[in-house]
Design a protein around this ligand. Structure first.
Ligand SMILES: [Zn+2]
Length: 254
């Protein structure tokens, strides 16, 4: 089984939609695991960054906690539809998105999301591994695809650490470059894959299914358009990039 680990709802499709399609065409089994998909049900207030992102996602000026709950459901539905178009199954792990974590908030401002892991969460990746293990999702015969942490979003860095830790235990872990953070070279990665046993794989076959699937993420359209504009890049001629594990021992991270 190929397991694509997606920090948020859209990361798997945006970053690996064409690759997933290739795997499926080759008759391989693929499962997407969405990690940070939820907001707390008893949310009392919204951080400045949560308000900022929800304003962008909903198009509304005034945001309440109900909008956060509603948006979680909207994004779930959008992702279901996108993955249905690609033809891949998914599991939501229902962890809270970084913008909702901590009391007081661990990441109150947008810049905090991109400035490293909060002290309270430095071993969070270990809890996530235990949780995935309890759900039967950690198996030696699986091939994993984790985000490379491009762009340094804290949820992506934590997910990367899950992958690096599993790799140190001998699991087959590969790392993909996240779109739209990653437009550019392989060398922009947060982690130096080049000194380890990895090959660079570029997927430059564009599938119609990915294009259609991306259209499902209506709530993310404003953010995506803005990001693409900033990088002066088109979604349609973008090549997916993967660091492919070619074996060997790995202990560098601890
Ligand atoms: Zn993400």
């Amino acid at each position: 089984m190929n397991i694509i680990v997606s920090p948020h709802y859209d990361d798997a499709v945006l970053s690996l939609g064409n690759f997933i399609n290739i795997l499926l065409l080759n008759g391989e089994q693929v499962l997407v695991i969405n990690l940070f998909t939820d907001c707390p049900p008893n949310l009392e207030a919204l951080s400045p960054v949560a308000q900022l992102y929800l304003r962008e996602d909903t198009g509304k000026e005034e945001i309440t906690v109900n909008d956060a709950l509603a948006m979680s459901n909207v994004r779930k539905q959008e992702d279901r539809e996108a993955l249905r178009l690609i033809g891949v199954k998914s599991i939501d792990i229902n962890l809270y998105d970084a913008i909702y974590r901590g009391n007081p908030w661990y990441y109150p401002l947008e810049k905090d999301l991109f400035s490293g892991i909060n002290d309270n969460e430095t071993s969070y990746y270990k809890d996530i591994i235990k949780l995935l293990n309890r759900k039967g999702l950690i198996k030696k015969e699986n091939t994993y695809y984790f985000p490379a942490g491009i762009g340094s979003h804290v949820d992506h860095i934590i997910t990367l650490k899950v992958g690096l830790e599993l790799m140190s235990f001998g699991y087959n872990c590969n790392f993909y470059q996240e779109f739209p953070y990653n437009y550019g070279s392989f060398e922009e990665s947060n982690f130096d894959f080049s000194r380890l046993n990895f090959n660079q794989r570029i997927i430059d076959v564009v599938s119609d299914k990915k294009s259609k699937a991306i259209m499902c993420y209506v709530s993310q359209r404003q953010w995506l358009t803005k990001s693409l504009k900033e990088m002066n890049v088109s979604l349609w001629n973008y090549s997916e990039k993967i660091w492919t594990n070619i074996g060997g021992k790995y202990h560098a991270f601890k």
